[in-house]
Design a protein. Structure first.
Lengths: 157, 170
């Protein structure tokens, strides 16, 4: 194709009258490293760019979405419920492990039950005696404390 | 639509969808994200896809709308547009042509960014994707007259800018 034919084709290209095949011819023509007239040289980048851009492809990071399968609604609800149940169970078992119930000795309180009125009287008498001894000891202690306070208030000889 | 149908009819469109998204967004990472989200959306709507006659046009419309939404949402460009363009241009040429092609691609990429969105989209689908006027009209929901007008204006704007650069070195 000579430069005259190319110029005609270029004019038709910019008028929007070329076919797809003719536009491909223009792209092929302008790729070669031939000597071009200034007007043709000026528009060469356009056709070089167009050919270069056609080679651009989507990166490999773009994946097929069919890998992401959408579960039916009932399956999604069931999976959420299962996860929730699992979380509750794990939390419950974990709390038992972290805060175990304190171990207490088992006491047989039946052995301390009063079985007769005589036994009850003996226990009561002992308890009252002990209370009396404690009260008397407390009173004597209080008296001693008072005496020491009085000595403190005596004038120095 | 089965997984097999998707594999055969939709998956092969990913490169075209990516190039279109990149043209509108000028960012490879954003374009990739947009394509991924759109493919997932298409898969989720696969029952609706059965009723669509022109699936490619429908997919291009989805990508376009998703890209415009991203632009309006104010996405953050993760790398400059020129970085992506430079890497792309230099990865495919030998050392001798490397610099020249890089400059060429950068130059036209900059000029394309300055075009209105409709003109940019039409020129992308015609000059890069090789689609017919009718296919472009279906994809962009334009009339044939609008497609031709936008294409004519886009090409001539780019031509004027290129000739000015050639003449004055601007």
């Amino acid at each position: 194709m000579d430069s005259k034919e190319i110029k005609v084709l270029v004019d038709r290209y910019f008028a929007g009258e070329t076919t797809l095949e003719e536009e491909q011819q223009l792209r092929d023509y302008f790729q070669d490293g031939k000597q071009l007239e200034p007007t043709l040289k000026g528009i060469q980048p356009l056709f070089q760019w167009a050919k270069a851009e056609r080679a651009r492809v989507a990166p490999t990071t773009v994946k097929r979405p069919t890998l992401y399968r959408k579960l039916p609604l009932y399956a999604r609800i069931a999976s959420v419920a299962a996860l929730f149940l699992l979380a509750v169970m794990v939390t419950w078992r974990f709390s038992e492990f972290v805060n175990p119930e304190p171990q207490t000795a088992q006491i047989n309180w039946e052995q301390y039950e009063v079985e007769s009125p005589e036994e009850a009287a003996v226990i009561l008498t002992a308890a009252l005696q002990k209370a009396g001894i404690t009260l008397q000891a407390g009173a004597e202690q209080a008296l001693r404390e008072l005496e020491s306070v009085e000595r403190l208030s005596d004038p120095i000889e | 639509m089965t997984s097999n149908d998707f594999q055969q009819q939709i998956w092969p469109l990913r490169d075209r969808l990516f190039r279109f998204a990149f043209r509108l967004l000028s960012d490879e990472a954003e374009a990739a994200d947009t394509v991924q989200e759109t493919l997932i959306k298409i898969w989720d709507k696969r029952e609706d896809l059965e009723r669509v006659q022109n699936k490619e046009a429908w997919c291009l419309r989805l990508i376009r709308n998703a890209s415009i939404d991203r632009i309006r949402g104010g996405y953050r460009k993760r790398k400059t547009a020129l970085d992506a363009v430079q890497e792309f241009a230099t990865s495919r040429q030998g050392p001798g042509k490397e610099v020249q092609l890089k400059d060429t691609v950068q130059q036209v990429h900059r000029l394309m960014k300055e075009l209105p969105e409709a003109q940019r989209a039409v020129m992308q689908l015609r000059d890069i994707e090789g689609m017919s006027y009718q296919e472009i009209a279906d994809a962009l929901e334009l009339t044939m007259a609008q497609v031709k007008t936008n294409l004519h204006r886009a090409r001539n704007r780019v031509r004027q800018a290129l000739l000015k650069t050639e003449q004055y070195g601007l």
